[in-house]
Write a protein that binds this ligand. Sequence first.
Ligand code: NAX
Length: 328
Amino acid sequence: NTTPVKVAVTGAAGQIGYSLLFRIASGDLLGRDTPVQLRLLEITPALKALEGVVMELDDCAFPTLAGVEIGDDPNTIFDGANIALLVGARPRAKGMERGDLLEANGAIFTGQGKALNDHAADDVRITVTGNPANTNALIAMSNAPDIPRERFSALTRLDHNRALAQLAAKAGVTVSDISKMTIWGNHSATQYPDIFHAEIGGRSAAEVVDDQDWLENTFIPTVAKRGAAIIEARGSSSAASAASATIDHTRDWLQGSPEGSWLSMAVPSDGSYGVAEGLISSFPVTTSGGEVSIVQGLEIDDFSRGKIDASVAELEEERQAVTELGLI
Ligand code: NAX
């Protein structure tokens, strides 16, 4: 197949973009045999910086990179997009309330949802990385009535990967020894990384570790607050790891989840596990042929139930807030 796949990326001149674009262009998303056309969206003042990034993309002479379009109009940039990675978002400024943040991002994601609706390819798949990712995805989805809802997702794969790394270190194994990790709920401090269904070499991870104190007081807070720890150490927020997770999420969506395991993705709820229908919430999922299925039938104990409910309650509040703002 020599028709390039059109991959749109927003916030392309930002820090995640600076890692993500090169990974996509080198074939990490779609494979080394699939030509890619990058379509890069930025706000007007960032276009000059984006031109510099494009110069560097040129200078890499990636054989898989079939072309690059840049611009500040989503209607143009999303034209014919097969994949849209919505990374650009409005960060929380000092003194900004959560409502202000939702409103500022609402303006971005209503417009981008409409532009995707009107201009993206029929097979478009959308991954939202920009925060608040779940609710931004909900806003975009709600403003794109012609795109099937299951084409929208938000990123919790970074949390999933962080949970794998922490569990591997605790158990003295490698991440490849672990299967069936799950992140439930919102990509926020309320997220619930669940090791009760995870397995290490086929055995229950919770049993292998057998340390409820570590689980509650070290593992969960470490995963949930990892973003803040990175900012503290690096002076800026996680970028390469967020780009890598955005690739993992989207690649596995298209290419399928590993046999005998599952992934975490925030997808529109169908009511599974008591998560209110329509919320974009993280679940254990399998993927095949570009379709996502929420893993069914897992037993949820009281501890997990409380954690999942708390994170879903936060998503409900965010949905309520953006409903009141008229964004969805
Ligand atoms: P940067 O501030 O470096 O880059 C964001 C870029 O988006 C900027 O260049 C900005 O000009 C652009 N932008 C803003 N509004 C835009 C619009 N309407 N259209 C197009 N571009 C627009 O942030 P970066 O570190 O790259 O992070 C990007 C987003 O990812 C942030 O919202 C951040 O909070 C979020 N993250 C999400 C993670 C996740 O796991 N879901 C983890 C990493 C990251 O914190």
